[in-house]
Ligand binder design. Structure first.
Ligand code: SF4
Length: 462
């Protein structure tokens, strides 16, 4: 899938290593799938912060010499897809601010649902904002608590914020990592020799040679400073509700999220689909890359050969990262090509991880039929995507979500499939290895763990 769901962001931080910026760049490379619009790193040598950020891929923003100017033994980095605020350099992160206690850099993955209300109230009190990012609201809240020590100011500020976040803060001498009270966005802690690392996904630890230590708990802050590392339950700890879409689609298959490997979870989703919705077919094809794991699980369970029926042009990039519809449509056409010799005359099970607007699926079914597929049976390794996400995933408004507008049978007709079945919510949870109430599934069920009355959309702050 999905040319239709755009990512959010990835964060990486390291404390206590003499190659902090260089390792942060490697970590960001591993997290590149989480955002391709901009990348940035801020480092600290204890006397000042050094920042470089720009539009584009990590390899475009950091050319090999740039990171050498980011000196110091601690650093935070960020790759961005804009879920709030438009796509421009002003909104690239880390966001660096100067307040009564000195310089502070912030990197944020997620979305603060009451940011528009907080911003209006801060502006009414005279605050002046430089960006349209919700992250800047947190900076202003912290600055207003300038009389408190940093951790107390952070606590007082985040008590006013509602949303889903993995936040990294870098001051001259400390690095602080915080995960939202429901643990909706992932954040893991690792160790590299004597240095500490934090990252949105554990694949970034592998990239720098770090060892996984544990996941940051919901509402927990991990503080790294001159006296070492300490963990503080900064906010009330709710039962974890990690985003189920991380397992379905966003995260890399080689990452473990809250102790569960993403590839293994996807395989179990495919197996469950094969058990619940069997079909007579000649081969199973997964939409590359994110649906390959689920498709191989389906094939194994059904005893139907898995085949590479679609070839992805790796050089087009992840099409949904393109923020404009016009660009997205063009890149879907360039991105996938069916393998005629494989699918010609065959009954194909096409496994995809989700259908959001439906335009990509229609196009893929059409490609397979043009290549000679006799039947195309679509199996989706997630439930129907009916509700907008307000927690950092940009799927546009509910009026664009095909499952909110049509029945499954109408969608089947619209995408021209011979059959169409979705994974149930209970099968999704058991495939991941959680009870249904232990995940965020709001985009399938409408049950939002954090109220979204203020969820005014991506450009609400502009
Ligand atoms: S609403 Fe959906 S995409 Fe958004 S955090 Fe929840 S599960 Fe993830």
């Amino acid at each position: 899938m999905p040319a239709e769901v755009r990512e959010m962001c990835g964060v990486f931080g390291i404390f206590g290593h003499d190659k902090a910026a260089m390792l942060t760049k490697l970590g960001l490379f591993a997290l590149q799938h989480r955002g391709q619009e901009s990348a940035g790193i801020t480092s600290s040598d204890g006397t000042r912060l050094y920042t470089h950020k720009g539009m584009g891929l990590v390899s475009e923003v950091f050319d090999g010499s740039t990171e050498a100017t980011l000196i110091g033994e601690s650093a935070i980095g960020h790759v961005r897809y804009s879920t709030t605020g438009s796509s421009n350099i002003t909104n690239a992160q880390p966001l660096v601010v100067r307040y009564a206690r000195g310089e502070l850099a912030i990197a944020h993955n997620g979305n603060l649902v009451n940011a528009p209300t907080l911003r209006r109230s801060l502006e009414a009190d005279g605050s002046i904002f430089q960006t349209t990012m919700d992250t800047e609201v947190v900076a202003h809240l912290i600055a207003k608590e300038g009389k408190l020590d940093f951790v107390s100011a952070l606590q007082a500020s985040l008590q006013r914020v509602r949303g889903a976040y993995a936040l990294l803060f870098l001051s001259l001498r400390c690095l602080v990592a915080v995960r939202d009270p429901f643990g909706i966005r992932p954040l893991s802690l690792g160790k590299l020799g004597e240095a500490w690392v934090v990252a949105s996904e554990t694949c970034a630890f592998d990239a720098v040679g770090a060892e996984f230590v544990r996941d940051v708990l919901p509402g927990e802050a991990i503080v790294f400073g001159p006296t070492g590392m300490s963990a503080i339950q900064l906010l009330p700890r709710n039962p974890a509700r990690l985003c189920s879409f991380e397992y379905i689609y966003f995260a890399r298959p080689d990452s473990d999220l809250d102790g569960i490997n993403v590839h293994s979870a996807r395989k179990r989703m495919g197996r469950a689909l094969a058990r619940d919705y069997p079909v007579d077919a000649d081969l199973v094809v997964g939409v590359p890359d994110s649906s390959i794991s689920a498709a191989s699980g389906f094939a194994e369970e059904a005893g139907i050969p898995y085949e590479m029926g679609l070839v992805k042009n790796k050089y087009v990039g992840r099409t949904f990262i393109q923020p404009e519809q016009r660009l997205r449509d063009a890149s879907v056409r360039l991105k996938l090509n069916p393998l005629r010799r494989v699918v010609d005359g065959k009954r194909v099970v096409l496994v995809d991880d989700s259908i959001v607007r439906g335009t990509t699926m229609k196009r893929i079914v059409c490609l397979l039929r043009e290549a000679g597929a006799r039947e195309v049976h679509v199996r989706v390794s997630s439930p129907p995507y009916k509700y907008s996400c307000y927690y950092g995933i940009d799927t546009s408004s509910q009026s664009e979500l095909v499952a909110a507008l049509m029945s499954v049978e109408d969608i089947r007709r619209a995408v021209n499939a011979d059959s169409l079945c979705y994974l149930s919510e209970s099968a999704l949870a058991s495939s991941i290895g959680r009870e249904p109430g232990q995940l965020c599934t709001a985009c399938f069920s409408g049950g939002y763990p954090v109220p979204v009355a203020d969820g005014e959309g991506k450009y609400a702050l502009e």
